[in-house]
Design a protein around this ligand. Structure first.
Ligand SMILES: *Cc1c(COP(=O)(O)O)cnc(C)c1O
Length: 454
C-alpha cells in the first residue's frame, strides 16, 4: 500500500462509498495535509496519524478543551483518542495548564537537577509499592530501550523474550515479529533493523504457557528479560488472564530472568499503580510514558533500589538525556498525577467507562450485531467479532477491519473522534461527563446501525 494518501484519491474513495450522513468538511485539513506531505514522510510525524486504514485524509487538530477537540475546518468532536492515552484528565486541564505556565516563567530547561524532579518522583513512589527508584526519560520508547539495557546489564545475559501483539515503541530489538514455529527467533518487522538484533529477541504468542516453557528450555540461562504489556492495548485489547501473568512471573523468577511490565499505556490508567496494582503482580522493572507527562514528553523506568543502582553514574549501565526531567514536562506530570492520587479518582472514572462500554455492548447484543466491546479500567476496544474473548494477536480477524473503516467515518460525521485504526483502543477521561457519554452512545448506536446494514 502507498504510504502517502493522495487527497484526490481519498475524496474519490469517500464519494464511492455510501454514508448515512453528509461528510464533514475537510478542506482546510486537506490543504494542510498537502503541505505536510512536502515536509514529512507520509505527511506526518508518526505513522498511524496518516489515516491509512480509514476513509479520507487526516484531520489537523487546532485545539482541545475538556473532552472535545476541534479541527482546522472548525468541526468539533468528543475525543476518545485523548492523544493516544496521556490525557486522562482531558484536554487543557486548568491545573496542568496553570502549573506548566507558572514553571515556564522561570525558563524552559537547565540540564541540571531541579526540585520538580524530586516532587514528581516522590508523588509516584509514595503511591506505588512496586518500584523504589526511577529514572525519567522523554518517551515511552526511551523508557523501554533503557529498561532492556538495564536488564541485560544486570543479568549479564543478552536475549529478550517478547510477545506477538505487544508493542513497545520503536526500539530496534523489539521491532520484531514471530517467525514460523511456536518458539522462534524473531524476524524484523521494520527495514533497518539488523538481523543480528532480531536474533537476540525471542517471540512467543500471548496466553501460551507451553510456548513460554519451551522458550526457557531452549534458551536456558540466556534470557535477560521477558517484556510484556500486562494489558496489551496496542493491537486491539488482548486482555490476559491473571493466571497467565502469574505463571509468567513464576517462570521468570525460576529462570532468573527479569520480568519487565511495559506500562506505558496501563501505568496510571488502570489505577495509580497501573496493571501491577490491578493484578497485584510485582514485575522487576516497570516502564512508564503517556499519562506520566500530563501531555508533555515524559517517560520513566523504575525498579528496586538494588537493580536501579546499576544505572550510571551509580552503576555501569549507561543512560542519559539532555532534556530528561525537563522542568516544564515535570510540572505537567506533577499537576496531572496529583489529581489521579486523590481518593476515589479511579473508582469514579472506571465505573463511568464500564457503564459506557456495557451500554454499547448491550445495544449491539440486542440488535444481534457482531460486536464485542472489550474493556478494562477506562480503556475500551471495539472488535467486530462474536468471539467471547480475544487474547492473542492471531485471534483478530483482519477482515473485520472493513467494518471498522465504515464505523470510523460514521463516527466522525457524528462528531466522535477515535483513533484511525481498528487495532487501536479508545480512552474515557475524567472530563467525559454523563451527558457527553450519552451523546457519544447515540452516535455510536446510529453508526453501528449503518455499519451492520452495509
Ligand atoms: C506508546 C507505547 C510505547 C512507546 O511510547 P512512545 O512515547 O510513543 O515512544 C511503548 N510501549 C507501550 C506499551 C506503548 O503503549
Amino acid at each position: 500500500m502507498n504510504l502517502i494518501k493522495d487527497t484526490e484519491t481519498a475524496a474519490e474513495e469517500l464519494a464511492a462509498h455510501p454514508t448515512s450522513k453528509p461528510d464533514i468538511s475537510r478542506e482546510k485539513s486537506a490543504e494542510l495535509y498537502e503541505k505536510a506531505k512536502a515536509y514529512f514522510p507520509g505527511g506526518v510525524n508518526s505513522p498511524v496519524r496518516a489515516f491509512k486504514s480509514v476513509y479520507g485524509t487526516p484531520l489537523f487538530i487546532q485545539k482541545g478543551d475538556g473532552c472535545r477537540i476541534w479541527d482546522a475546518d472548525g468541526n468539533g468532536f468528543i475525543d476518545f483518542c485523548c492523544s493516544w492515552g496521556p490525557l486522562i484528565l482531558g484536554h487543557n486541564h486548568p491545573h496542568v495548564r496553570e502549573k506548566v505556565t507558572e514553571t515556564m516563567q522561570n525558563g524552559m530547561s537547565f540540564g541540571a537537577p531541579t526540585a520538580l524532579e524530586n516532587e514528581l518522583a516522590e508523588l509516584i513512589l509514595k503511591h506505588n509499592k512496586y518500584i523504589q527508584k526511577l529514572r525519567f526519560v522523554s518517551s515511552g520508547t526511551e523508557a523501554v530501550m533503557s529498561a532492556i539495557r538495564l536488564a541485560r546489564g544486570y543479568t549479564k545475559r543478552d536475549k529478550i523474550l517478547k510477545f506477538e501483539g505487544c508493542y513497545h515503541g520503536h526500539v530496534d530489538s523489539l521491532l520484531v515479529k514471530a517467525g514460523s514455529g511456536l518458539v522462534t527467533f524473531g524476524e524484523t518487522s521494520s527495514a533497518g533493523v539488523p538481523k543480528s538484533f532480531a536474533d537476540e529477541t525471542i517471540v512467543v504468542p500471548l496466553n501460551d504457557r507451553e510456548a513460554l516453557k519451551l522458550a526457557f528450555e531452549e534458551f536456558k540461562d540466556q534470557i535477560a528479560a521477558v517484556i510484556i504489556e500486562p494489558v496489551p492495548a496496542n493491537n486491539g485489547l488482548l486482555l490476559q488472564e491473571k493466571e497467565f501473568l502469574k505463571y509468567l512471573r513464576e517462570i521468570c523468577t525460576v529462570n532468573k530472568a527479569l520480568l519487565i511490565f511495559d506500562e506505558v499505556i496501563s501505568g496510571f490508567r488502570l489505577g495509580f499503580e497501573g496493571a501491577s496494582g490491578f493484578y497485584q503482580i510485582k514485575p522487576d522493572i516497570i516502564t512508564y510514558g503517556k499519562i506520566i507527562g500530563g501531555g508533555l514528553p515524559v517517560g520513566a523506568y523504575g525498579s528496586s533500589a538494588e537493580i536501579m543502582s546499576n544505572i550510571s553514574p551509580e552503576g555501569s549501565v549507561y543512560q542519559a538525556g539532555t532534556l530528561s526531567g525537563n522542568p516544564v514536562a515535570m510540572s505537567a506530570g506533577i499537576a496531572q498525577l496529583s489529581e489521579l492520587a486523590k481518593p476515589g479518582f479511579y473508582e469514579e472514572l472506571n465505573a463511568k467507562a464500564a457503564a459506557f462500554a456495557n451500554a454499547i455492548q448491550q445495544y449491539a447484543t440486542e440488535k444481534g450485531f457482531k460486536l464485542k466491546v472489550f474493556h478494562v479500567g477506562s480503556i475500551f476496544w471495539f472488535a467486530f467479532t462474536d468471539q467471547e474473548s480475544i487474547r492473542r494477536a492471531d485471534e483478530i480477524d483482519a477482515s473485520s477491519m472493513e467494518k471498522f473503516k465504515l464505523f470510523h467515518r460514521e463516527l466522525l460525521n457524528r462528531g466522535i473522534y477515535i483513533g484511525p485504526s481498528g487495532y487501536e483502543v479508545g480512552f474515557v477521561s475524567s472530563v467525559h461527563t454523563k451527558d457527553d457519554l450519552e451523546k457519544a452512545k447515540l452516535a455510536i448506536f446510529e453508526s453501528l446501525d449503518f455499519v451492520f446494514k452495509n
